[in-house]
Every structure is written in C-alpha cells, then in structure tokens.
Design a protein around this ligand. Structure first.
Ligand SMILES: Cc1cc2nc3c(=O)[nH]c(=O)nc-3n(C[C@H](O)[C@H](O)[C@H](O)COP(=O)(O)OP(=O)(O)OC[C@H]3O[C@@H](n4cnc5c(N)ncnc54)[C@H](O)[C@@H]3O)c2cc1C
Length: 189
C-alpha cells in the first residue's frame, strides 16, 4: 500500500508529530511518497486508488442565487455567520467561510461545522425572536488523528490552529480520538 502526497504528510502538524506519522506508516507497511503530485493516471500504478485530495465547497447554488463567495469558493460571511451580500441569509459548515477573531478563517471540518452551525442557528432564532445575535467565538485546541486501530495522534495547537509542542501518541491518543468522535456524534443528534 502506498500513500502519495504532493507536499509533506501532515502539513499542519509539528515535526515531532509528523515523524510519529511516518514511523507508524513504516510499521504498518505503508509506503509514503511525499512531494509526489499525481497529475495523470500513469503517475500511479495500482489495482485500486482512493482519491482523498482535500475538500471542496459545494456552493454553485449559492453563487447562482447571488451570494458573494470568498476566494476559496465558500460563502463569505460576517462574524455572525450572515452572508456579507445578503445579511438575511445565514451560512454554516463546509459551505461557509466562517471566521472568528480568535482563530481567523476556519478550515472545513466536522469539528468546526458543529460550533459554527450551532451559532448560526442560535443567531437566526434570536433574530426571529427579537433577541440579539452574538459573534462566533471559536478557538482551536487540538488536531486528533487516527493512525489505524492501535495508534493515533493528538497534536495540541494554538487558538489559530498552528501546532504547539505537546503531542500525545499511541493508545492514549486512540482513546482521546474515540472520545472526540463519541462527543461529536452525540452533539450532532
Ligand atoms: C472521508 C472524510 C473524513 C472526514 N473526517 C473528518 C474528521 O475526522 N474530523 C473532522 O472534523 N472532519 C472530518 N471530515 C470533514 C467533515 O465531514 C465535514 O467538514 C463536515 O461533514 C461538514 O459538515 P456540513 O454539514 O457542512 O456538510 P455535510 O456533512 O457534507 O452535509 C451537507 C449535506 O447537504 C446535502 N446537500 C448538498 N447539496 C444539496 C442540495 N442542493 N439540496 C439538498 N441537500 C444538499 C448533502 O447531501 C449533505 O447531506 C471528513 C470528511 C470526509 C469526506
């Protein structure tokens, strides 16, 4: 099995965390091809290919409806999650270029979609009920990765998602990841 990436593996991780990822891949027999962009079928010789090259917002309908999009194709919103061009429209999740003063522009993730969706819903309800919408207050704390069933990684990060020094590896990271998934799953119900 091989994993090809145009850049380095785990570009958002610290060097310490990245070397753990490389070590786990070595142990699991995964050949890591860093700096290896796949641009044509001939670039990769395989029986099966799983394409996981990032997320792309599905905002074509929003653009056709006249909502302003940001440079990354997401719906441009203010810190209340209102469209900058149509403030009576709220946007959340991968489709929205949500940002907070603490974290800057948020990346597309379930970990960000949930608090942003909650804030957008609360703001819409407040507006309809005569209340006062509040700004999104969000800061990152950690990036949590599964590395197979028996290993994982918790990269502690600063509020703006940049990696700090603290890294948790191995079984403890697996337990943390499972807890995070459990909490996110119950929050989504
Ligand atoms: C393989 C994979 C693994 C991931 N792992 C993680 C992870 O470990 N941690 C993490 O934080 N994030 C992870 N993510 C990202 C995370 O899943 C997304 O960021 C998150 O689901 C975004 O939530 P959302 O509600 O904006 O969009 P979605 O969950 O994609 O929901 C959008 C919904 O809108 C529907 N829809 C779209 N267009 C229309 C339309 N025109 N009419 C009606 N319905 C429509 C879709 O069918 C879908 O049900 C992962 C994503 C993938 C693909």
């Amino acid at each position: 099995m091989a994993l090809a990436t145009a850049g380095t593996v785990g570009p958002s991780l610290s060097e310490k965390a990245r070397s753990h990822v490389r070590e786990v891949f070595r142990r699991l027999g995964v050949e890591l091809r860093e700096g290896s962009a796949v641009v044509a079928p001939a670039d990769i010789d395989a029986d099966a290919v799983m394409w996981t090259a990032s997320l792309r917002p599905n905002t074509e309908l929003a653009a056709r409806a006249g909502l302003t999009l940001g440079a990354d194709g997401r719906i441009a919103v203010d810190e209340y999650l209102r469209s900058v061009s149509h403030p009576d429209v709220y946007a959340a999740g991968d489709a929205a270029g949500a940002w907070s003063r603490q974290a800057g522009l948020l990346r597309m993730a379930r970990a960000t979609a949930l608090p942003v969706g909650t804030r957008a819903g609360r703001n819409a309800a407040a507006e309809l009920g005569g209340g006062t919408p509040g700004p999104l207050r969000f800061r990152y704390r950690a990036q949590v990765l599964s590395l197979g069933r028996r290993d994982g990684l918790v990269q502690m990060v600063r509020g703006d998602d940049s990696p700090g020094d603290r890294v948790v590896r191995g079984r403890l990271a697996v337990v943390v990841k499972e807890q995070v998934v459990r909490v996110l799953r119950s929050a989504a119900r």
